[in-house]
Design a protein around this ligand. Sequence first.
Ligand SMILES: NC(=O)c1ccc[n+]([C@@H]2O[C@H](COP(=O)([O-])OP(=O)(O)OC[C@H]3O[C@@H](n4cnc5c(N)ncnc54)[C@H](O)[C@@H]3O)[C@@H](O)[C@H]2O)c1
Ligand SMILES: O=C(O)CC[C@@H](O)C(=O)O
Length: 531
Amino acid sequence: MMERKRVIVSERIAEEGLQLLRSELDVDYRDGISRSELLDIIDQYDALIVRSVTQVNEELVKKATRLKVVGRAGNGIDNIDVDACTRYGIIVANTPDSNTISAAEQTISLLLSSVRNTAWANDVLKAGTWDRKPFRGTELYGKTVGIVGLGRIGSMVATRLKAFNMNVIAYDPYIADERFERFGAEKKNTLEELAQEADIITVHTPRNEETMHLINEDILAVAKNGVGLVNCARGGIIKESAIIEGLESGKISSVGLDVFEKEPATGNPLFNYSRVVCTPHLGADTYEAQKRVGENIAEQVILALKGGIVPNVVNLPSVLSEELDYLRPYITLAEKMGNIYYQVEKTPISRVEITYSGPITINETEMLTIGFLKGLLEPVLWEKVKYVNARLMADERGIKIYERKEEQSPKRYKNLLNIKIFNQDREMELSGTISRARNPLLVEINGYETEADLEGYVLMMQNEDRPGVIGTLTTALGEAGVNIAAMKVARKTKGETAIMILNVDNKIEEDTLKALTRIDGLIGEPKLLHF
Ligand SMILES: NC(=O)c1ccc[n+]([C@@H]2O[C@H](COP(=O)([O-])OP(=O)(O)OC[C@H]3O[C@@H](n4cnc5c(N)ncnc54)[C@H](O)[C@@H]3O)[C@@H](O)[C@H]2O)c1
Ligand SMILES: O=C(O)CC[C@@H](O)C(=O)O
């Protein structure tokens, strides 16, 4: 029996996800494992599943010699060094859509409880005092909310706050105007503009160099007096020391925080302020979200370990699953076309020109290019090339890639991949498509039209276009016990050099191949390719 692949889960994930993992893999569920132990044992695992605490950095990745995939059970990937993973050929996948509703609802919950002093009143009441004076709050009705980052969660917050009759304004320099319109948000071109008009500011960006301390003393200086703040995205997007300053001066009247600059957050000075309502990073912590997250990450990790293309890969172009189903045979085709070059040539490549033509060009074709590069480099780099690092590896080898798209296919095939591979003195030109049965077909090689299946063992050779050559070859193969499954012969001009492409059922031994070179009429060495 084949040995099962091993996954370590270093943080709490839903039982449904664990069950799915156990159905296919050996699962080591080590919620809360210490850093030092994880570093000691990580080389035993093919997959690692984390949430937001485990730091997947270069130190860990270097030791993870078997690791193929890191699954982030959640959305934010600021605890994962994606570049390091890419360099080591490790896929990083997350579950960006599985917890957005919960995070949006938590934002609304923090917003309401902060402007109505709910948590503070709850504490005072339960401590034995019935008093209403300190807790007078404000309505949301008619107020302006400023949303920073109108992505998945920001946009859900916008639609939910519309139901409170709030005026929604948003700042997000990276999205089209159409998205602001779709979510009924008035676009603000600068953060300062948003801050000047908003009664409440809520942030929904990723945390990175650009967004760390995005809302700081300078932004708060132009904000309205008594502004409310909410951060259910990542700690530090609103600078904590600026919040304290604003609370002390009265500039800020309410704060809702789910996330902190340092987590786990214990003894954070913000906890001393009654007008700050805090939760310990609970945005994604609902039964529904955790079930979705757990199952989703388990599915993706299993897929990745089977060599499949997973939908939410962070270090590859993301492709919607329907689009992926359509593209998958073309990715395989591109990979197999890539496989041809180094099985035939030994000269380094300087440049590759890829033209995609036909209706396929409506789609994101980046995965096809990556598939081609993976197939191209595999015969020379073996194990190390994966979808995730194929571009990087091509780049390191100085292979320049030029891509073009043409709406119309120039041949009779609906969709066509035309690939020109240049080395220092020659060019190899290949065209391929998908057969009716959705199998990869090579339809042209160096100007010779053919229709060859790129499957199993394929024998390619050149011959003189004259009687007797093909017969001698097939007899020689038959005598050597090689069964021919399919054979295509192509020529450009009658009587000149032709090519033969044969699909054969088994490997042809070296001495048989050598013997073929002695057949009168065959030109050069026959090449046996394997796909
Ligand atoms: N509290 C939780 O438990 C919880 C749960 C899920 C997600 N999150 C966090 O919520 C945040 C948003 O997640 P999402 O899924 O909506 O992400 P998203 O990628 O869908 O949206 C982020 C948006 O921020 C915008 N943006 C980036 N840089 C910006 C900048 N400098 N100024 C303004 N806008 C900028 C992007 O254009 C994008 O539209 C992330 O930080 C994520 O980690 C937290
Ligand atoms: O619970 C977690 O793992 C964090 C969830 C959330 O912050 C996310 O980015 O998905």
